[in-house]
Design a binder for this molecule. Sequence first.
Ligand code: ZN
Length: 286
Amino acid sequence: MHRLALGGFEITRIQAGIYHWDGGAIFGVVPKTLWSKFAPADELNRVAMAFNCYAIQTADHTILVETGEGGKMPAKARARMKLPAVHQPLPEIIAENGIDPDKIDIVVNTHLHFDHCGGNTVLSDGGARAAFPNARYYTRRGEWEHAHERHVRDSVSYIDANYDPLVESGQMELLDDDREIAPGVKLHLAPGHNRDMMVVTATSGGRTFCFFSDLIPTAAHLTPSWVAAFDLFPLEAIENKIRWIGQASRDNWVCGFGHDKDVAFATLTPDGQISPQENYANTDAS
Ligand SMILES: [Zn+2]
């Protein structure tokens, strides 16, 4: 279990699965001779990644950030990602991490790519119902609108059943601005990966946890120029990375990454890399 006490909060890294994706897509213009030192590729040039979700437990709320891939992809796509044929439901994984899924009262999707919101809903009898019926869900309105544009570049990343039923029922709120969704827990617009992606900060007792989502998908992407080939706005991603990494390093934030399979929590050195003595990769607290 990867859990960290942060002031009055408890933060738990919950992995909704390990998958494999093309290394060139993940590291963009970075030569393989460099990135393969951080992420060795298999015979099909794929590297192992994780669908990272984080639970933030405060005195009054149990907040789930991201919901993983959700098991809605066709069998062929699952095989391509080396995902097991049978999907394990996220509430089960959350329970295995010692958290009652029924207690989740807030769900955040930093953006609506299937690997971040797939577990929002469960398909049954031809319809989709909320996987977390007691939760209010949040994402950005601009992202939801973009999802419906079905742009040829990234339409493959969107599955409407992951969010539309929740928007229609009023259970998902579409945000137009940054928002403090619970005392100390804030959602911030951080464009680059796409136009409306958000990063999440949780601050308690003078300490801050920051979930970078796909602005910094793995610790290897802490080098600002290492941006994924699928980022829509790479120059903006670099600009935002420099800004967020600078603050995280200066203020000794604990950081979490969208897809790093090993690093659950990390603080940063003054030059913005993982602090070796404070790498919480295998934190086994509580
Ligand atoms: Zn992602």
